[in-house]
Write a protein that binds this ligand. Structure first.
Ligand SMILES: [Zn+2]
Length: 271
């Protein structure tokens, strides 16, 4: 029976994945993500139900738009499948089983799904636009506060553990309001800080610290490669804004998911 449950979770993950691609595409353009019909970005033809089934539509339409025959980029398919797998992995390591479907397991899983929405969409938009979208940061803050309320009220967690996070949230949001639009550059940094706090609340301090270390290592390694390339090419003048192109949000998201799955697997198999 568990295999059926996991197939269901995989399908749910792909449906979420197809929502992520839509959100990543539309949110930076300020388009509606819930009401407006999906359309082909090439010919603008409205897409029907058969065009929108995750994974299967892509395969049956052979990766082309049914109406204009333009190729659909395979990253949509990749993101859908990836999201399905991550949902299954997390559910497996969180011990979601048919005989274990109690309200608290379901609630925890639901919060985790909401968090994965946050991290995926934040990462996708950062990758494409190098921007931490404010509406997504705010969504992260809202679900994180809801999660804290849930933990404290239902699972009797101590609020004191989370007070520091709530204070940081309040400070960053206040700073955002005060400096409103005057320092556009800072909003990227603020977005990253908000992301890290949301990350700590959902995946814990330990995972978050490892996430930050892993991201820093990747950035440092890349910087080194970049330097070596420049020395080989005898480039004297350094590009000043090398750091301004790094997608920190995207890198944090990837290493957060990897670290989180790794820690969950340690808990499961390491006793
Ligand atoms: Zn088309």
């Amino acid at each position: 029976m568990d295999i059926l449950l996991y197939i269901l979770i995989f399908i749910m993950g792909t449906v979420f994945g197809s929502f992520f691609t839509l959100a990543i595409h539309r949110i930076p353009k300020n388009q509606d993500i819930t009401h407006t019909h999906s359309y082909c970005p090439n010919c603008n033809h409205k897409l029907g139900f058969l065009d929108l089934i995750p994974v299967f539509s892509y395969i049956f339409l052979l990766g082309k738009c049914r109406y204009c025959k333009k190729k659909i980029r395979p990253r949509y398919l990749i993101l859908e499948i990836l999201s399905g797998f991550i949902f299954v992995l997390v559910a497996y390591f969180m011990n979601v089983r048919m005989d274990n479907l109690e309200p608290n397991v379901l609630a925890e899983s639901a919060f985790l799904a909401l968090y994965l929405c946050f991290i995926f969409i934040m990462a996708g938009i950062d990758l494409e636009n190098r921007k931490i979208e404010k509406s997504i940061s705010m969504y992260g803050v809202v679900i994180a506060i809801a999660y804290i309320v849930y933990l404290c009220v239902v699972e009797n967690a101590s609020i004191y553990r989370y007070i520091i996070y709530l204070i940081i949230y309040a400070c960053i949001l206040a700073l955002d309001v005060i400096t409103l639009k005057r320092y556009a550059k800072n909003s990227y940094v603020n977005g990253i800080i908000l992301t890290i706090i949301t990350m700590s609340i959902f995946t814990g301090e330990y995972v978050t610290i490892n996430t930050i270390i892993m991201t820093a290592l990747v950035v440092a390694f890349n910087f080194l490669l970049h330097k070596i390339k420049n020395i080989r090419k005898r480039v004297r003048k350094e590009a000043k804004d090398y750091g301004a192109n790094i997608r920190y949000g995207f890198l944090l998201a990837i290493s957060n998911i990897l670290n989180y799955i790794f820690i969950l697997s340690l808990y499961k198999f390491g006793g």
